[in-house]
Design a protein around this ligand. Structure first.
Ligand code: UGB
Length: 609
């Protein structure tokens, strides 16, 4: 009360509303007017900013928190009244005609697609201190995730322009950032001229953080200074309200876009499997479609379930059940009482694993956003001190997930999934875990999902592309190795620029890649006919130029994957130290000039030593 004079009238009214909402403790220990007045105003301003960023304001946030915390304390079952059923969707197997046809439908529709990359998370589990989209996808060229994603979208744009004979086609990309990632994302884009995207083609939308809550009464937590509230990220579910409130969805619809693909920060294959998801959405008319992979029980990806209500008036809901909920939900049923286990017949969970690559039909997405403002239902996950559930170990916050969007469709939306089955290659290999956790995961039979494994899976994926289902290059066996205690198999290290990879089937026939080889192909105009590589070959074709290699054999000492010594590890930059190896170039053959090359060759005149 005594401090009201320190505040502006607007600040004082806001502070009073906070006191009314049970937040008097925030101002309880304020000293007398004249002392720490700037800090007092800064605190009020900070809460006012959080108020403006949250749909419904802070008072609503506190109400939601109290309700969710009461439910959590009472052990309310979020799935009560629903029974999980195996959902119906599209299942595709790699290298089949059905897969190729679906990919083609996707490619033919990509001109009408818009893209959204959620990149607000810092990746604490990975133990990497910079933004995850800046991590190299592989060690050889160092191309980071953001560059790779942008080049893929540009390759689709080039395809759309060429096939539709329309140079005005632009494929827009939006990115969700947060206070943790925004400045560094901007700096990365600026340093590389947006990796080739045009001015205005990229929209950055920054999500806010929400106040941390310290008890079941929804009291907001102060930090140790007493003049700042603690805040935490609200989850990737913020993407929908940001797309709506910024007018981005309307802008894209005006541009003639019909589809939206939302994807995450470190799954290099996302924009390739996107074509299959998009194709399935076009073919089935899905309003929302989740791209899935076969899920290993216990894996940190959600399972898509069809939730059937016991109330006949409530429609079935096809939706992701998150990895931390699926086991308890299943155990509460009679039919699936063993919980989250693999089906002994297939060795996988019966629930398709959602990898959070979501395709939306923009028209119905926009409709649902208009009604809901994009506010997907929240949840809370407090870590209690003991079984009385009265105190938390540390402050908690409300969170939301983007895959909960099916809950926002009010009438009859068609929600499906597209499961992608591959045997040799995983469709999904995110870089999420630090070395210690990755090792533990691998030892328990799960994928390590760390930087070294992600790199090897990336090469494997590219080998699979070059093999063209058997018509392309014969791929040498992987070499087994262990880095930082994580077992990996190193396939021939193939790096394909997206400009080459899009539609490359017609550009590769025959040939072979010996174990341990490296092959880098950059540029749309490269053709390989009966090319054999035992060593390292690099081909870089400039835009508009053609390089054809035919009946060519390249044999040289190539490159070596070398495990780092403890001293090297300590001195290495983080992207290298989290992998535990470096790639040493020894000899290589490079082609950069347009032309046709044939015969037997070794290495460049000045081999790398
Ligand atoms: N993200 C944000 O942009 N803002 C946030 O506030 C939080 C995250 P995580 P997790 O397939 O890999 C998801 O933390 O827990 C971005 C799905 O929920 O990596 O591993 C962040 O930058 C799960 O069902 O998510 O789980 C990143 O790009 C499964 O699909 C993305 O959101 C799993 O991912 C995901 O953040 C997976």
């Amino acid at each position: 009360e005594g401090n009201a004079s320190v505040l502006s009238p607007e600040e004082a009214i806001f502070a009073a509303s906070m006191v009314k909402a049970g937040q008097g403790h925030l101002f309880e220990n304020w000293p007398a007017p004249g002392e720490k007045d700037a800090e007092k105003k800064a605190l009020i301003q900070q809460i006012m900013q959080a108020d403006a960023k949250y749909g419904g304001g802070i008072v609503q946030y506190i109400k939601n928190a109290r309700k969710l915390l009461a439910d959590s304390k009472a052990g309310v079952d979020a799935f009560a009244g629903f029974s999980p059923n195996i959902p119906m969707g599209e299942t595709l197997t790699a290298h089949t005609d059905a897969w190729a046809a679906m990919e083609q439908v996707g490619l033919d529709s990509v001109a009408e697609c818009s893209f959204m990359l959620v990149a607000g998370g810092l990746g604490e589990r990975l133990g990497y201190s910079n933004i995850k989209v800046g991590l190299p996808t592989e060690s050889f060229t160092g191309r980071c995730y953001l560059q790779y994603y942008i080049e893929q979208i540009l390759a689709y744009q080039a395809y759309a322009r060429e096939t539709r004979r329309d140079d005005s086609i632009t494929l827009p990309l939006a990115m969700m950032t947060s206070a943790d990632t925004d400045a560094r994302t901007k700096a990365l884009l600026a340093a590389h001229s947006n990796f080739g995207m045009a001015e205005g083609q990229i929209t950055l939308l920054m999500q806010g953080k929400v106040p941390s809550i310290e008890d079941n009464d929804g009291r907001i937590a102060l930090d140790e200074t007493g003049f700042q509230i603690q805040t935490k990220p609200h989850g990737h579910g913020d993407v929908h309200s940001l797309l709506h409130m910024s007018g981005t969805v309307k802008k894209w619809r005006k541009m003639g876009k019909k589809w939206l693909f939302i994807f995450q920060d470190t799954n290099a294959f996302a924009l390739q499997s996107c074509l299959l998801g998009l194709g399935a959405s076009v073919k089935n008319g899905f309003d929302m479609n989740s791209v899935c992979v076969p899920r290993i029980a216990g894996e940190a990806i959600g399972g898509i379930c069809c939730l059937k209500s016991q109330n006949p008036d409530v429609k079935d809901l096809t939706i992701n059940v998150e990895y931390n909920q699926i086991d308890s939900m299943l155990r509460a049923t009679e039919q699936f009482k063993d919980g989250d286990v693999n089906d002994p017949v297939t060795g996988f969970s019966v629930w398709p694993g959602s990898i959070n690559e979501l395709v939306f039909k923009l028209e119905s997405y926009d409709g649902a956003l208009e009604e809901s403002k994009g506010a997907v239902p929240e949840f809370v996950n407090p870590k209690y001190k003991d079984s009385t559930k009265t105190a938390f170990k540390s402050p908690t916050r409300l969170e939301c997930m983007m895959q909960d969007f099916p809950r926002l469709y009010s009438n009859g939306a068609l929600v499906g999934f597209t499961s992608l089955n591959r045997t040799y290659v995983r469709q999904y290999s995110p870089v999420k875990n630090n070395v210690k956790d990755a090792k533990a995961k691998q030892e328990s039979g799960l994928e390590p999902a760390c930087a070294s494994a992600g790199e090897m899976d990336f090469y494997k994926w590219n080998c699979d592309i070059l093999s063209c289902g058997g018509a392309g290059m014969a791929i040498g066996k992987p070499v087994h190795a262990e880095f930082l205690g994580i077992k990996v198999s190193i396939p021939p290290a193939v790096i394909l620029s997206p400009s080459f990879a899009v539609g490359c089937k017609s550009k590769v026939s025959g040939g072979s890649l010996a174990p341990g080889s490296v092959l880098v192909l950059e540029g749309a105009g490269i053709t390989l006919k009966n090319v054999h590589v035992d060593g390292c070959l690099i081909v870089k074709a400039k835009p508009g130029e053609e390089i054809t290699l035919e009946n060519l054999t390249v044999k040289n000492a190539g490159c070596k994957f070398v495990a780092l010594t403890p001293e090297e590890l300590a001195a290495a930059p983080e992207p290298v130290s989290i992998r535990g190896f470096r790639v040493d170039p020894i000899e290589m053959k490079t082609y950069t000039a347009a032309g046709k090359y044939t015969g037997e060759v070794t290495c460049d005149p000045s081999p790398v030593q």
